[in-house]
Ligand binder design. Structure first.
Ligand code: XIL
Length: 371
């Protein structure tokens, strides 16, 4: 009788220790010698509407990105109207807690304002006017936060899947020069801010080579670019660790820092043959595409924890090349993947569950540095 009891007590003590360990350990402390650990925050979190969320954000992370509030449609909704309220609040939260701030994002074809490409008569503007508008947008916003916002995603998603330029209106009107113009304007407005090119699927060879072409082209013209932002909206098995490693090494060889800027791991079936993050594409929901509405089975929870551990082991190995890893959302309940690319599903992408408790994946990530 004595032995099983001792065993049970020992197991209980171990379990108690590991949850205590999870509560006491923070991502930012565990990875302080490796890279920054960031999180994307939504409007309510920027407004500090929920103390529990604010506490989790400030205790676990040391870098902040606004999930939506600093996009063009919000910050510059009309030609002569700028809206700085949310950016100010984000900075307040960040500075009070000694956090690094990323401005996301200056030039992106999505979540843009309708006026941007139009004259007052409704015609499409020409390249000269587009350049003026991009300059005004960037110099006003970056200038306003000179010395305060640490880094900018200057251009977001300018590449198509084959590595050529995305045929957005920025490209159709401005040609590839819109990218270098954006970086020049950002640098002029705040010479000390770090400047990044950000995109999804940047591990895929064709798109990776496209991004390297952009980086090298900017560098050959002496235009400052400090980092490449790999969004990292990934799944349980794609992209492979080998391909992520190759990409990290190839990006680092160009001389820029590598950031993983929007990390989340979807456990749900993908309606696409290849994963993507094109926010304009959505599919219909059906039960087969939403297999875990009432909770994640342990087996998948374990798979997710292992996937996160494999990724962070690789990140740790290359921490000299990596500046920051940012999670795209605070907890599973708030992940954009619950509504993308299919609305109304239940996904389990992040390290904290819907009750804000650390998941197995959280412990697995922490253990990659503690072990
Ligand atoms: C997403 C947000 O998470 C959603 O709330 C919003 O509805 C759409 O945009 N690439 C990016 C991010 O650079 O800004 C996107 O964020 C996700 C894909």
């Amino acid at each position: 009788m004595k032995k099983p009891l001792t065993l049970i007590l020992a197991v209980l003590a171990l379990l108690g220790q590991s949850s205590l360990f999870a509560q006491k350990t923070s991502l930012k402390d565990a990875f302080k010698d490796k890279f920054l650990m960031g999180v994307a925050v939504n409007r309510y979190q920027i407004n500090q509407s929920n103390k529990k969320e604010t506490d989790l954000i400030t205790s676990q992370f040391n870098a902040l990105t606004a999930e939506n509030d600093m996009k063009w449609m919000h910050m510059h909704p009309k030609k002569n109207t700028f809206n700085f309220e949310q950016a100010h609040k984000l900075l307040k939260l960040a500075k009070a807690n000694n956090m690094f701030v990323v401005g996301h994002t200056l030039v992106w074809h999505s979540q843009l304002a309708p006026w941007v490409f139009k004259t007052v008569n409704g015609d499409t503007i020409d390249n000269l006017e587009l350049t003026h508008r991009i300059e005004k947008h960037i110099s006003t916003i970056v200038g306003k936060y000179k010395g305060k916002i640490d880094a900018w995603d200057v251009v977001n998603e300018a590449l198509a899947e084959d590595g050529s330029y995305r045929k957005s209106l920025f490209f159709q009107i401005g040609g590839e020069a819109f990218i270098e113009n954006a970086f020049r304007f950002a640098h002029a407005a705040d010479p000390d801010a770090e400047l990044y090119y950000n995109d999804y699927n940047l591990i895929d060879a064709k798109k990776r080579d496209g991004a390297i072409r952009i980086i090298n082209s900017l560098k050959s013209k002496n235009i400052k670019i400090d980092g490449v932002g790999v969004q990292a909206h990934w799944s349980l098995d794609e992209p492979s660790i080998e391909d992520i490693e190759t990409a990290i090494e190839m990006y680092a060889q160009t001389g820029v820092k590598v950031m993983f800027t929007e990390l989340d791991i979807s456990v749900l079936p993908s309606p696409w043959n290849s994963p993507t993050a094109d926010v304009s594409v959505r599919f219909e929901n059906n039960p087969a595409m939403d297999p875990y509405p009432n909770g994640l089975p342990d087996s998948v929870q374990d798979q997710l924890a292992k996937r996160y551990a494999d990724i962070f082991k690789l990140f740790n190995k290359h921490s000299d090349k990596i500046g920051r890893v940012t999670f795209w959302g605070l907890h599973d309940g708030l992940s954009w993947k619950n509504n993308f690319p299919i609305r109304g599903r239940t996904d389990y992408t992040l390290l904290f569950d819907r009750e804000m408790k650390p998941k197995k994946a959280f412990n697995a990530v922490i253990h990659t540095v503690k072990d």
